[in-house]
Ligand binder design. Sequence first.
Ligand code: KIV
Ligand code: ZN
Length: 516
Amino acid sequence: MADMVKIFDTTLRDGEQSPGASMNTEEKIQIAKQLEKLGVDIIEAGFAAASPGDFEAIRKISEVVRDSVVCSLARAVEKDIKAAGEAVAPARYKRIHTFIATSPIHMKYKLRMEPQEVIRRAVEAVRYAREFVEDVEFSCEDAGRSEMSFLKEIIDEVIEAGASTINIPDTVGYRFPHEMAEMIKELHDFIGDRAVISVHCHNDLGLAVANSLYSVLNGARQVECTINGLGERAGNAALEEIVMAIKTRKDIFVGIDTRINTREIYPTSRMVAAITGIEPQPNKAIVGKNAFAHESGIHQDGVLKHREAYEIMRAEDIGLDRNAIVLGKHSGRHAFRKKIQELGFSLDDEELNKAFERFKILADKKKEITDDDIRVLITNEIASAPEVYKLKKLQINDCSEGVPSAAVTIEFEDQEITDAGIGDGTIDAIFKTIDRITGYQGRLHDYQVQAVSKGKDALAKVVVKVVFDENKPAVIGHGLSIDTMIASARAYVSALNSYISMKDMLRQSIDRPKEI
Ligand code: KIV
Ligand code: ZN
């Protein structure tokens, strides 16, 4: 029997803390289901006390995920633990992950607590969490800069109080692999089989994966990581790199394994990139666009003669299917449904019909529809708020001469309203005209355009961040089209619809009796 390392995925919690990576409930459910298919042992679905939206997403994930443990993060405070316990209640396997900082700098300046008070709070938190679930994880936040004697003291107490996993986070990404190895070895000798040791490494010095792997070699049997290395600041340790390192270097990880179905790595990476809009860098290990592409003639020749001359892993092992079937305008509903399932999405009949309609419109304009096109088509659908305003027509003049202008038709409450306006550039003219029609005044914070596939007819994906009310957070809008201007207009209208539905949600949560 192999010595198994548990994979604890925190894409939906720490990963979501990456700037610009916030996801709605439906998007989180799609990712959670794909993580389950990937075979992760524990899904950290969010931080239940953070907001009603987080709570709802964890609860829904707890209802649909059956094979992985579903976990919520909670500070070592009663209200957080209660929210976490209630959010994961429907899960088949559930965990509460509670934490408090243990480094001198965090205790003194952030918590303003004496070390003994920190221990007392940690013990109370673990005991209270055990009232909701049997499986409690305790994290010593900033363990990487904590004193070993204090770590041992608090760990002893929380194990006694009922924690069965002790997480050692390198919260600020400070440690070097040999230091991490020493620390984990000493803690492993100290803890023995009283609890599982977990590590949670941040990537501020680019060492998160190396630190996690050295921890495994020294007794850690749970690794916390994210898809594509998403996460706070420079991110967390990348799941795909840890798993493939353990799989590829069996000579080093003797007898050690994970339960990950590595053929789901690439589909999961693509789904997370499509949903968050954060693409892994092209040269990113394992999942970057160039990770298995050989450009130079010498390399190509070598690979053709003997694959292992330049490749230490097989693209197929991570699920990178170079011969994936491409859909086109003659593809029917059956092929479309099959493709969606292959890509890891689960849609009900109504969602499938809507997505198929969009697919057909796109297929009329674009010869070949790639897997990435379909991913953005679906994620665009599930990211969109209900369409209060709908873009019907857009006409722009040539901005190279004269004043850029746009004529826009928008449908609102079954009526079509048309207006025209000018601006400092074409995009500005489009957005200002939409403002004139709808009566809202948006302020653009961010505008990003990305070509989803290759070629002249590549699908353009536009993501905008707009503020409609200075007292409310910015909202995100997504737009897709093979025409960048249409994609931009759609993105702006989608941001406005998100703003309207956010206002409705806030109103409902104010009216609703406080549950958490
Ligand atoms: O980085 C960190 O310390 C964390 C903890 C909450 C585990 O994310
Ligand atoms: Zn973290």
